[in-house]
Every structure is written in structure tokens, then in C-alpha cells.
Ligand binder design. Structure first.
Ligand SMILES: CC(C)(COP(=O)(O)OP(=O)(O)OC[C@H]1O[C@@H](n2cnc3c(N)ncnc32)[C@H](O)[C@@H]1OP(=O)(O)O)[C@@H](O)C(=O)NCCC(=O)NCCS
Length: 160
């Protein structure tokens, strides 16, 4: 694959962390906030890989924590740009927990994050369009466009 092609796969980021006691709550499972911080970081790297510009987080969609993740487990975050618009990008981050000895994995969380590319003054700048190779990727990008419409509608309704 040519390095200049801006496909979802070209933006893909895989981050692996081990859950340490300092990451956990009183029940020995990872803090939700810690997972969100990792998801934010994973999404930022995927977005920067796509546009090769600095980015800021504009929005996090609703995030559901499906299962607790215990201390000593590995968390594997996989991030990928799912759609691009004018200056913003939607990134999907999937979080899996891996048992350290048995190697079994299960999905614990899915987050959709909007990142905006900015210039040196913090002003939004245009990003290169995403090149979808498969029908699945194209459908995913179409669904992302509908989510973007809803996000902006919510933002305008809830403006304070
Ligand atoms: C995100 C930010 C750059 C947007 O700037 P802005 O002046 O509102 O600019 P615009 O209205 O032109 O929006 C720029 C893009 O952001 C998108 N955007 C803005 N708010 C959004 C939201 N709540 N949800 C999703 N997308 C949003 C717009 O749709 C637009 O995308 P598009 O060009 O692809 O259509 C600005 O609000 C900001 O700097 N926010 C703080 C970011 C931050 O500190 N993040 C945490 C640390 S990284």
C-alpha cells in the first residue's frame, strides 16, 4: 500500500496497556476516566496519522462500559478513522480486555470520538478525504455522516 493513501487501515492504531493498581478503583477494576483518557489518546494518534496535523478533541459520543476490567489485565485499544468531513474526523476506538495468563479477550467498550485538525492558532483546517477501499468502510462512513448531523444538532440545542 502506498504511504500516501489515506485509508482507514493507514490510520489504524493499536495500543496495549497493563492495568496497574494505580489505575483502579476500590473494587480493583479500572477507572472509567482512565479508559476514556486512553481512548482519547488512541483517537488522537489515529487522527494525526490521517491528517498529519495537530488535532483537538471536539466531542465524545456516549460511551458504554460493558464489563469491568480487573487489575493485571491488558487493555488493547484499536483506533481507526471511520469518516472525514471538512476539518473534523470521526474515530472509532474499540477497547478489549485480555486475561494475562489465558489470553482470552473480550470487548469492554466502544467509543466514537470527533477530532478537529487545527493550525498553529488553534483554528480548524481542512483534512484530506478518507479513501474507503471496501463496501463496509463506505457504509461505515455513511453512518458516521448521520451521527455527525446528530452531534451538531445536539451541540446547537444544548449551547449555553
Ligand atoms: C473543536 C474546535 C476547534 C471547533 O472550533 P469552532 O471554532 O467551533 O469551529 P467550527 O464551528 O468551524 O467547527 C470546526 C469543526 O468541528 C466540528 N465540531 C465542532 N463542535 C463539534 C461537536 N460538538 N461535535 C462534533 N463536531 C464538532 C464542526 O462540525 C466542524 O467540522 P467540519 O469542518 O468537518 O464540518 C473548538 O471548539 C475548540 O478548540 N474546542 C476545544 C478543544 C479542546 O480543548 N479539546 C480538549 C483537549 S484536546
Amino acid at each position: 500500500m502506498s504511504p500516501t493513501r489515506r485509508t482507514p487501515a493507514a490510520s489504524r492504531v493499536v495500543m496495549t496497556e497493563i492495568v496497574l493498581p494505580a489505575d483502579t478503583n476500590n473494587y480493583g477494576t479500572i477507572f472509567g476516566g482512565r479508559l476514556l483518557a486512553l481512548a482519547d489518546k488512541c483517537a488522537a494518534v489515529a487522527a494525526i496519522r490521517h491528517c498529519r496535523q495537530p488535532v483537538v478533541t471536539a466531542s465524545f459520543d456516549r460511551v458504554d462500559f460493558l464489563r469491568p476490567v480487573k487489575s493485571r489485565y491488558f487493555v488493547i485499544l484499536t483506533g481507526e478513522v471511520t469518516a472525514t468531513f471538512r476539518t473534523s474526523m470521526e474515530i472509532q476506538v474499540t477497547v478489549e480486555a485480555e486475561h494475562p495468563e489465558r489470553g482470552e479477550r473480550e470487548t469492554t467498550c466502544l467509543a466514537r470520538i470527533t477530532m478537529v485538525a487545527i493550525d498553529e492558532h488553534g483554528r480548524p483546517v481542512t483534512v484530506p478525504p478518507l479513501e474507503c477501499d471496501t463496501e463496509d468502510e463506505r457504509r461505515r462512513a455513511e453512518r458516521a455522516a448521520e451521527r455527525r448531523r446528530q452531534r451538531l444538532e445536539r451541540r446547537d440545542l444544548e449551547a449555553f
